[in-house]
Design a binder for this molecule. Structure first.
Ligand SMILES: Nc1ncnc2c1ncn2[C@@H]1O[C@H](COP(=O)(O)OP(=O)(O)O)[C@@H](O)[C@H]1O
Ligand SMILES: [Mg+2]
Length: 286
């Protein structure tokens, strides 16, 4: 059975709940991603909407942090700020201790909706980014070969997206995001539209990609089991405007086997998180 390479992935069981603002990062070097007192307010025709309110968050290099929280609380807004698609109304969004200047190739974004080009084959889709970066044909082709084999699509290299299943298309999407060798993957409910089995395969695919290189991943999901399966930490956001309500370090043994979702430890942690989410919503409704 495959296991992840990290030292921290081995058998430290139990959960640590950390209150908002004091995050459980052991690494003393500067975080890969840091939000410092970040607020974001949108001006709309109905008035202003505050999506984030003085949010603080740190993500260490090579960490996978999952964000969960009620719908409309500000998760996508947070991700879009790190992607550089939005700028903060207040506070700082830092990557490698430098304010995010705008979108950049080192921060790949994967949405629920595929961003594959329907008029290009699988191989051409994967070659698109490296070509656009001006790499030589030889380099492009070696990246494409590696990605095809990494996501198990070598036999489908000449297929068009229309000829692929939803799961295969998502793999192309993932590989395409990965083709530019990003340091950070920002994923917004990327597997939300997939059926349960395909979703589990994709979670494993993602963890395999993450094993390949030092990737830091910020992953939004509404699926708590998904968050616990892939995350080093699960950050629970409050209802809008989003702040960090709880920051949970996942100390479960990390095998690439979806059956571990049924273990007592896993389910106990899932229940704790569900309780935190409900309490969170009840407090904000009170
Ligand atoms: N571009 C925008 N203009 C106005 N309001 C927005 C915009 N983007 C998000 N919002 C509002 O900000 C809040 C948070 O949205 P979002 O971050 O998409 O939530 P989530 O991803 O947690 O479901 C919502 O009330 C949403 O309507
Ligand atoms: Mg969203």
């Amino acid at each position: 059975m495959l296991r992840l390479r990290r030292a921290c992935a081995t058998i430290a069981r139990g959960t640590k709940f950390v209150s908002a603002g004091t995050l459980a990062i052991q690494d003393s070097s500067s975080p890969k991603i840091e939000l410092l007192g970040v607020s974001k307010t949108f001006a709309t025709s109905q008035g202003s909407v505050k999506a984030l309110d003085k949010t603080n968050l740190k993500v260490a290099t090579n960490e996978i942090v999952c964000l969960v929280g009620p719908s409309g609380c500000g998760k996508s807004t947070l991700l879009n700020l790190v992607a550089g698609f939005l700028s903060p109304s207040e506070g700082s969004v830092l990557v490698d201790a430098t304010p995010v200047p705008g979108p950049g190739a080192e921060r790949a974004v994967v949405f629920q909706q595929d961003s594959v080009f329907p008029w290009l084959t699988v191989a051409q889709n994967l070659a698109y980014g490296p070509k656009a970066r001006g790499l030589h044909a030889g380099e492009v082709s070696s990246i494409v070969e590696r990605l095809l084999s990494l996501v198990g699509l070598a036999e489908y290299r000449d297929f068009y997206p229309l000829q692929l299943s939803g799961g295969m298309k998502k793999r192309v999407d993932l590989a395409r995001a990965y083709a530019n060798k990003p340091a950070i993957m920002l994923m917004d409910e990327p597997f939300g539209a997939l059926d349960v089995l395909t979703k589990e395969k994709m979670q494993i695919e993602l963890l395999r990609l993450w094993q390949e290189e030092a990737l830091t991943i910020l992953f939004v999901t509404h699926d708590i089991e998904e968050a616990l399966f892939i995350g080093d930490r699960v950050v629970v956001m409050t209802p809008r405007p989003a702040r960090v309500a709880a920051d949970v370090t996942v100390h479960l043994e990390r095998e690439l086997d979806p059956r571990r979702k049924t273990s007592a430890d896993f389910q106990a942690l899932r229940q704790q998180l569900m309780d935190t989410l409900s309490q969170n919503e009840a407090e904000s409704a009170a």
